[in-house]
Design a protein around this ligand. Structure first.
Ligand SMILES: Nc1ncnc2c1ncn2[C@@H]1O[C@H](COP(=O)(O)OP(=O)(O)OP(=O)(O)O)[C@@H](O)[C@H]1O
Length: 253
């Protein structure tokens, strides 16, 4: 058994993850949809990126490609210079498990396990012991300490969402992808979660990539990428809410 603290990855300088002219097309002929239409960008350690854009603009598809959960039609995802498409299944699975955390819109909690068992599952699968102090800190900051013995069906949507975030944070992944992580939360819980994500970047050097429709949530990020029709239409650096709103209005028309 390894201690998760001892094996936490030390992020190298420069972009850890790069998209090079990524394209993802679904279907054939007239029914074909180009979900991602040639996206190039890089992510540096500790950087918090929000991805925004109208429904159907390709945000979730882009995240799935960047995380290696889906393969691009053309283009590359490079992780420390290594093309994900060139890794065999075993190495890709290991890379995903050890370096990536994912918070899905559907939370993906196992119904038979308690909240605590769900949170600790990825570490257990990796044969690692949880760092108790870090566990307590994450649970405390997400305010789910009193729900740990409950199963997902006994939790509210917002509580399930925070359990899913705790599970992703506990493995201290180099990159954390979060699809609408504040969607089920009230304003206070949403703000606490965003603060937690931001400190994962500033304190632990974790790269955070978050899809959101919420302009206030986007202001917690270091940069906000605007997508429409599968392409990046611009990037804002630490924008104020009114700047995000203006950019949203430009991409939606
Ligand atoms: N498996 C699939 N098969 C066919 N088309 C798909 C598939 N997945 C996504 N698409 C299409 O690709 C486009 C981009 O979808 P995607 O889910 O990435 O958008 P999104 O910006 O995340 O949307 P939302 O904000 O509504 O979640 C959409 O037109 C969608 O219908």
């Amino acid at each position: 058994m390894k201690d998760s603290r001892a094996s936490a990855p030390t992020p190298p300088p420069g972009p850890t993850r790069q998209a090079v002219d990524l394209v993802k097309r679904y279907g054939e002929g007239e029914a074909a949809v180009t979900a991602v239409a040639g996206v190039s960008l890089g992510f540096t350690p500790g950087e918090f990126t929000a991805v925004m854009g109208p429904s159907g603009s390709g945000k979730s598809t882009l995240m799935n490609l960047l995380a290696g959960l889906d393969a691009p039609t053309s283009g590359q995802v490079l992780v420390q210079g290594q093309d994900l498409a060139r890794l065999d299944d075993r190495r890709l699975t290991r890379l995903r498990r050890e370096r990536i955390g994912f918070v899905f819109q559907a939370f993906n909690l196992l119904p038979a396990l308690t909240a605590e068992q769900n949170i600790l599952l990825p570490l257990r699968l990796a044969g690692q012991r949880p760092d108790r102090a870090y566990f307590d800190e994450v649970i405390g900051s997400l305010r789910i300490g009193d729900r740990l013995g409950h199963r997902p069906t006994e939790l509210s949507g917002g509580q399930q969402q925070r359990v899913a975030v705790a599970r992703a944070l506990l493995t201290r992944p180099a990159v954390l992808f979060a699809d609408e992580p504040t969607g089920a939360l009230d304003v206070t819980a949403g703000r606490e979660l965003l603060e937690r994500l931001r400190s994962a970047g500033t304190e632990l050097g974790q790269t955070i990539v978050m899809v959101t429709h919420d302009p206030t949530a986007a202001t917690y990020a270091d940069r906000v990428l605007m997508m429409s029709d599968g392409a990046l239409r611009g990037a804002l650096e630490k924008p104020a809410t009114h700047e995000v709103l203006a950019a949203m209005a430009r991409t939606e028309h």
